[in-house]
Write a protein that binds this ligand. Sequence first.
Ligand code: SF4
Length: 367
Amino acid sequence: MTTSAITTQPVAELLAWIACRDHLEHDEWMQVIEEAETEDLRCLADDLRRELHPDNVVTYVVDRNINYSNVCFSVCNFCAFYRKPGHAEGYVLSYEEIYQKVEETLEVGGSGILMQGGLHPDLPMDWYTGLLSELKRRYGIHLHCFSPTEIYGMSKTFGMSYEQVLRELRDAGLDSIPGGGGEILVDEIRRKRRTECNSQQWLDAMEAAHQLGIKTTATMMIGYGETVSQRIQHLEKLRQLQQRSLASGKPGFVSFIPWTFQPDNTPIGKIIPDRMPAEEYLRWLALSRLYLNNIPNQQVSWLTVGLKDGRRGLHFGANDIGSTMIEENVISKAGANHKATEQMLVNVIIEEGFKPVKRKADYTRLS
Ligand code: SF4
């Protein structure tokens, strides 16, 4: 389809093609997000969610984000968490402190841990592998750790390929990888927001994980100054990588998690002080569900939009409500301070008409 044909296409026709599971061109998706009624987008995404998950289940996870270190050699102007190497407020948790956090997580029914940190310039590789193998030996839990930016950081620090880094981490006990640091995978905006890990490096680290059979999630952070076109380019890059991973028989991305930029205490928060309105987030949640129909699960980010709008997301294509997140230090420093217990998430899922099922970080169901 040519661009001139696209721009004259009534949006109703484009929505009908989406309903038939046709994949549209870039400008057609632009037209859809700009012109479609919210209710039309919601219905289409809800239909696809039902088709992918006919058992009416909405999953959730009980875990915490253990931020093992805030020391980071990247400079990201949307981040309120990191401290430059040598900064007085920089920290690295000891193994003992991490064990204690894991034990607290297990006591409240945790099924694993998410562990992420900055790009530390001095921690040796055996600090990471030693920690993973000790956690696996002591607790036998699911280890969902180190986003592609950290894999990039290790690769750069140790002069190893992504594959070598990931093999060592996997052999030490790593089970799956979170999709952090994706933000928007278009260098035009990315270069203005971070100094390390460009789009291709993030995608290459993810692809290396997929090729090793390591399941990962994918994310999109919206509302930090990117254009609508750049959001769609981001979705396209994820879709294409997922196509390659599935074609080579790997599970690839098991879930997609769009979330909103949190501006508090961040340098660009002075320029972009407002959070994205819930309506806009929900429209993008629905559009992402439709765009990434080759990724099986979609999570609504109640942590950034709150439970009131989080529950609405279950009708905009999301079949997962994420984590109780009993500890989180990255987006909470930027102003996302929503809290929920396991019972609260379960109640929300039931109240919205779904069946709650607890899962692991790789979306394996626990019942
Ligand atoms: S977003 Fe991640 S990579 Fe960027 S400064 Fe913060 S911790 Fe470092």
